[in-house]
Ligand binder design. Structure first.
Ligand SMILES: NC(=O)c1ccc[n+]([C@@H]2O[C@H](COP(=O)([O-])OP(=O)(O)OC[C@H]3O[C@@H](n4cnc5c(N)ncnc54)[C@H](OP(=O)(O)O)[C@@H]3O)[C@@H](O)[C@H]2O)c1
Length: 297
């Protein structure tokens, strides 16, 4: 089991692997899954206002019996598309009440839309800066922000976002790489979601061959089964990326938490995954932000 964590630009640390309550657990009572994840070694939980299960996330945390300070909890402000943007602090106070917590470790703006269209990227970021100052969130950041959104936000910022959580896997590497490089140059840590998309959503794609080959090599070398999912996770880790995942099978968490201890992918294996990934573009979430679909949120 690994306790690897990253230090963020504000000096706080974040465990490399987060357990998410969106996607498969969206709108569901996630409490038993959250407790099971913590029981299996997870210390980083990823929630959001739009997932409509912050109460269940809080219940799972409480049921785990773990001290608050041993856990890292994220929630996200979900910009509303109907009506004016609310006072963000008010939404966080409501989230904290649902979570049963006094503070979150990380508070993110879930997506730039429709704040970008409303000219509110700077204003909303300044609200997050005030929230951090008050101590309601230890770290603050964004999610699904493109380079253009980050540039606009930074023009009015006194605090650089600690994290930008984006979809990151080989089939979006073409667009994610630019965000990754820009974020890195500003000290913003990338967190990934949908990292397992080549297995869960895009089976039979071009990265299967290099991913399966690396899994086979690592299985032989370690004498234990290394799955394709672990190779995709290692690909993210070797880029210094925080990984947010989820599973209905808590026993999978143990193997995933061991990924930092696996031998590294070679430069050739990493390159083969990049090259094959670039042959196909498949974005699973937030397609409207990237101009790949109409907004439907
Ligand atoms: N900021 C955003 O806009 C945004 C968007 C999407 C997601 N997220 C966050 O990221 C979290 C994870 O997103 P995601 O579901 O896309 O993550 P993911 O890691 O790409 O996929 C998770 C799925 O992979 C399967 N899986 C897990 N381990 C596996 C293994 N070893 N082999 C094969 N399959 C495996 C799981 O199925 P089983 O249940 O069968 O294990 C699970 O349904 C969400 O819950 C949410 O917190 C954020």
């Amino acid at each position: 089991m690994s306790s690897l964590s990253y230090t963020l630009n504000d000096g706080n640390t974040i465990p490399w692997l987060g357990f998410g309550t969106g996607t498969a657990l969206y709108g569901k009572d996630a409490s038993s899954q959250v407790k099971a994840a913590i029981d299996h070694g997870i210390t980083h939980l990823d929630g959001a206002q739009v997932y409509q299960n912050e109460k269940a996330l809080g219940e799972g945390i409480k049921a785990s019996g773990k001290p608050r300070e041993s856990l890292f909890v994220t929630t996200k402000f979900g910009p509303n598309t109907k009506g004016p943007t609310p006072v963000i602090r008010d939404t966080l106070v409501e989230s904290l009440s649902k979570l049963g917590l006094d503070y979150v470790d990380l508070f993110l703006i879930h997506q730039p839309y429709p704040l970008n269209e409303r000219g509110e990227l700077k204003k909303t970021w300044q609200e997050l800066e005030a929230i951090q100052k008050e101590g309601l969130a230890k770290s603050i950041g964004v999610s699904n922000y493109r380079v253009v959104d980050l540039k606009e936000l930074l023009e009015g910022a006194t605090v650089v976002p600690a994290v930008n959580q984006i979809e990151f896997h080989p089939y979006v590497f073409d667009t994610a790489e630019e965000i990754y490089e820009f974020s890195k140059s500003k000290g913003i840590r990338i967190a990934s979601y949908a990292g397992l998309a080549p297995i869960t959503h895009v089976k039979g794609g071009p990265v299967d061959a290099p991913v399966n080959a690396a899994a086979e090599r690592l299985s032989k070398e370690t004498g234990k089964t290394v799955e394709p999912a672990h190779v995709l996770t290692k690909w993210l880790l070797q880029k210094g990326i925080i990984v947010v995942t989820t599973t209905s099978k808590p026993e999978r968490i143990t193997a995933t938490l061991n990924v930092p201890n696996l031998p590294d992918l070679t430069a050739e294996e990493l390159k083969a995954i990049d090259v094959e990934g670039a042959k196909l573009h498949r974005r699973i979430y937030m397609r409207h932000v990237f101009g790949e679909a109409k907004a439907n949120v």
